[in-house]
Design a protein around this ligand. Structure first.
Ligand code: NAP
Length: 307
C-alpha cells in the first residue's frame, strides 16, 4: 500500500469464504496484516495463512461478538454473506446474516468510528419480493448506503478460479450426471470474472478512497458467455461428453425445491435460480475502464489451468 495508507487498519468479514480468503491471502503477501472475522477457528487454520493475519472469532448475527472485531478499524471489507448456493435452513436463514448481520455490522462500525465499509455484493441486486433472497441482498446494500459511513459496493458477476463455487458446482454436475441441463434453454448470459481480479479491484478501492467512495461498481470479465457456452467450456476442460438437454426454468425450479428438501448440499437451490432470471452481465470494459487493467479471460484460464 502507498505510504499514506501504511497505517490503514482493515477488517475482513467472511474471511474464510471464497472472496475473503483470497483477499486476506493477497494482503498478507503484500505485507499487510488485516484483521479477519471468522466463525470457525479450525476452518480459519485450514484456509488462511493465520500466522500472517490477526484472527478474531465472531458472527455478524451476534452483535456483541463484533465490538472487539471493529475496535481500531478504519475500513471493513464485508464479505460475510450467505450466498444463494446455500440451502435455506429455516425461514430467516438468509436474512439473519445478510440483513440483520449487516445491520449489526453497520451499527457497531458507526459506534466505533470506523470510516468506511466496502461491501461485496453481486450483479443484478435489486428490490424483490419481501422475504426473498434478492430482497435481502438489496436491503443489505441499502443499510450501508443509507448509513453515515463512507461506503463502496462492488457487484461482481460469477467468479472463476480454483474451487470457485459456481464453476465447481457445474463441474460436479458434469462429472456425476448423465446429461447436463440447459436451464431455460441455456441462453442466460454471464460474465465470469477471475477471483484474483476481484481481489485486485477491492485493493484498488481500498487504495483510492477519494475516487471510489459512495459508489457502486458492477464488474465482470472480458467476455460474455451464455450458460450453454459455460457448460461447453467446462465439458471441453474436463474432457467429458454429455448430452445437453433443454430444461425449462419452471421444471428446474421444481427440481431445485425438491433437492433442497431432501439433500443436505443440493447442487441447485431455489435462491440460486434467481441467477437465471436476468443476464448476469455489465459493460465488457467495466474493470479496465474503472480500475485500469484487463481482467483474465475465462477460456484462457481454463486452457492454462483446467477447471
Ligand atoms: N463466489 C462467487 O461466484 C460470487 C460471485 C458474485 C458475488 N459474490 C459475492 O461475494 C461475497 C462473498 O461470497 P463468497 O463466494 O466468498 O461466499 P462464501 O465462500 O460462501 O463465504 C461466505 C463467508 O461468510 C461467512 N459467514 C456467513 N455467515 C456469517 C455470519 N453470520 N457471521 C460471520 N461470517 C459469516 C462464511 O463463514 P464460514 O466459512 O464459517 O461459513 C464465509 O467466510 C457475497 O456477497 C457473494 O454474493 C460471490
Amino acid at each position: 500500500m502507498r505510504q499514506e495508507e501504511e497505517e490503514l487498519m482493515i477488517l475482513i468479514t467472511g474471511a474464510t469464504g471464497y472472496v475473503g480468503s483470497h483477499l486476506a491471502q493477497r494482503l498478507a503477501e503484500t505485507g499487510e496484516r488485516p484483521r479477519c472475522l471468522v466463525r470457525d477457528l479450525d476452518k480459519s487454520a485450514r484456509v488462511l495463512p493465520v500466522e500472517k493475519l490477526e484472527i478474531v472469532q465472531g458472527d455478524t448475527t451476534r452483535i456483541d461478538s463484533l465490538e472487539p472485531a471493529v475496535k481500531g478499524i478504519d475500513t471493513i471489507v464485508h464479505c460475510a454473506f450467505i450466498t444463494a448456493d446455500r440451502k435455506q435452513l429455516g425461514p430467516d436463514f438468509y436474512d439473519a446474516t445478510n440483513v440483520q448481520g449487516t445491520a449489526n455490522l453497520v451499527q457497531v462500525a458507526q459506534a466505533a468510528g470506523v470510516k468506511r465499509v466496502i461491501e461485496i455484493g453481486g450483479l443484478g441486486t435489486k428490490p424483490d419480493r419481501p422475504g426473498s433472497y434478492m430482497q435481502g441482498r438489496y436491503a443489505a446494500e441499502l443499510l450501508l448506503s443509507q448509513s453515515t459511513l463512507e461506503w463502496t459496493i462492488i457487484r461482481p458477476s460469477v467468479l472463476f478460479g480454483k474451487d470457485a463455487p459456481f464453476i465447481k458446482g457445474l463441474v460436479e454436475l458434469i462429472r456425476s450426471a448423465p446429461v447436463v441441463p440447459l436451464i431455460g434453454g441455456g441462453g442466460m448470459k454471464f460474465q465470469p470474472i477471475y477471483v484474483e481480479d476481484v481481489v485486485s479491484v477491492i485493493i484498488e478501492v481500498l487504495r483510492e478512497p477519494e475516487r471510489t467512495t459512495n459508489k457502486i461498481y458492477t464488474i465482470g470479465g472480458p467476455a460474455y458467455y451464455t450458460f450453454a457456452q459455460i457448460l461447453a467450456e467446462l465439458l471441453k476442460a474436463t474432457h467429458k461428453r454429455r448430452p445437453r438437454v433443454y430444461a425449462p426454468k419452471a421444471l428446474v425450479g421444481l427440481a431445485a425445491a425438491l433437492m433442497e428438501a431432501v439433500l443436505p448440499n443440493p447442487p441447485l437451490t431455489k435462491a440460486a435460480m434467481t441467477l437465471f432470471t436476468f443476464d448476469n452481465v455489465t459493460d465488457l470494459d467495466s474493470v479496465e475502464r474503472d480500475f485500469g487493467f484487463r481482467p483474465m479471460s475465462f477460456s484462457a484460464y481454463l486452457t492454462a489451468n483446467g477447471v
